[in-house]
Design a protein around this ligand. Structure first.
Ligand code: SAH
Length: 343
């Protein structure tokens, strides 16, 4: 699929043709990654952040947010839950928090790898390469770092650099690959200022980067952020809308462009359609779900966007709910780590 065709699908409005797109994506998903839905338990280990991302509620400038950082024992309790619930992976995610010391996290990774059969995924933002090396040596298997948008001007606007810090997310993704991580990236859909061309280019990059995991979800306005104050101007015809339909289109196209990638049906999608967003994502290209394992008292505080799905449930309730949703569409929960397959 070339860029012209990607653009055509992104702008497609005819229901019968879209139905065809969903069916094609689902067939490719079934052929390339099968019916198993792998569960990655998400532990949101800290809400501290030094960055000022225009879209994210964790941004340093949001003084109204109470911050937390989980203790090692709290994290290990969530890890024990993951094992008990039959998940194959734990994902530890946080704001860019240098209170998370390199060696402290390396030690936790070593404990998880020594005591459990779980794959370990990290999503700690743009950390120095030495940290990525230390965590990989400790046994971390995967790293998630979305590039958010491939338009450099838009990116700098929504994700300002820190003074003296010159990391480029594409350089970091390359470095992560060299270090032997499975690499995950992705974008938000419908960022104010994101054009159809930008989004088509993002999808082409998923292929060029040969990503192992691709996370895409709707941009959701957070009122305590600068971007959340902007209105999305759809009148010029070039702005991507942050709608549910657009998310399905991107999911389906991504599956066709990157047939073997692991693609989650994201919590952001489940947030804009709490009734059946998860299931529709899984039927239109996705093969992964990331149930929340974060302890109840912290869930509300990890507010990257408002009204996040699943914040009132316990981890055990999330497990039961997702299991039911997966079986309701005739799929099964996958066993094992569910890493990237390559044919
Ligand atoms: N600090 C880490 C983790 C950030 S949270 C990092 O920067 O990589 C994980 C993802 O949530 C982000 O990459 C972003 O794509 C998404 N996200 C953050 N704010 C959002 C919002 N307002 N709407 C939708 N997705 C958002």
């Amino acid at each position: 699929m070339d860029k012209t065709e990607i653009l055509r699908w992104l702008r497609e409005t005819k229901e019968s043709r879209l139905e065809d797109l969903w069916l094609r994506a689902d067939a490719v998903r079934k052929e390339k990654v099968g019916d198993a839905v792998h569960l990655r338990g998400l532990i949101e280990i800290s809400s501290y952040c030094v960055r000022q991302c225009g879209y994210c509620g964790l941004r340093a400038g949001n003084a109204s947010l109470e911050r937390y950082r989980m203790s090692e024992e709290e994290i290990m309790q969530c890890v024990a839950d993951a094992v008990e619930f039959g998940y194959g992976t734990v994902v530890m995610q946080a704001g860019e928090d240098y209170g998370i010391k390199t060696e402290w996290l390396a030690n936790i990774v070593r404990r998880i790898k020594a005591q459990t059969p779980l794959a370990v995924t990290l999503s700690m933002g743009e950390r120095p390469v030495e940290d990525l090396v230390a965590w990989r040596e400790a046994g971390a298997n995967r790293y998630l770092l979305r590039f958010e948008t491939s338009n450099p001007v838009l990116y700098e606007k929504i994700h300002p650099s820190l003074p003296k810090q010159t990391y480029n997310r594409f350089d970091l993704l390359k470095k992560l690959r060299e270090l032997g991580y499975e690499v995950g990236s992705g974008v938000m859909i419908g960022i104010p200022g994101q054009s159809y061309e930008d989004l088509a280019h993002d999808i082409e990059l998923f292929r060029t980067l040969d990503l192992d995991m691709i996370g895409v979800g709707p941009y959701i306005a957070h009122p305590a952020t600068p971007l959340g104050q902007e209105t999305i101007d759809l009148t010029n015809g070039n702005q991507v809308p942050n709608t549910e339909l657009m998310v399905y289109k991107v999911l389906a196209i991504t599956r066709l462009v990157c047939p073997e990638a692991n693609i989650p049906s994201t919590t952001a999608l489940a947030t804009i359609n709490k009734t059946e967003g998860r299931e529709l994502g899984l039927c239109r290209g996705a093969n992964i779900v990331m149930p929340n394992l974060t302890p109840s008292q912290y869930r509300r505080l990890y507010e990257i966007y408002p009204a996040k799905a699943c914040i009132d449930e316990t981890s055990r309730q999330c497990r039961g709910c997702l299991w039911g949703r997966i079986e309701s569409i005739g799929r099964q929960v996958g066993s094992g780590q569910g890493g990237r397959r390559r044919s």
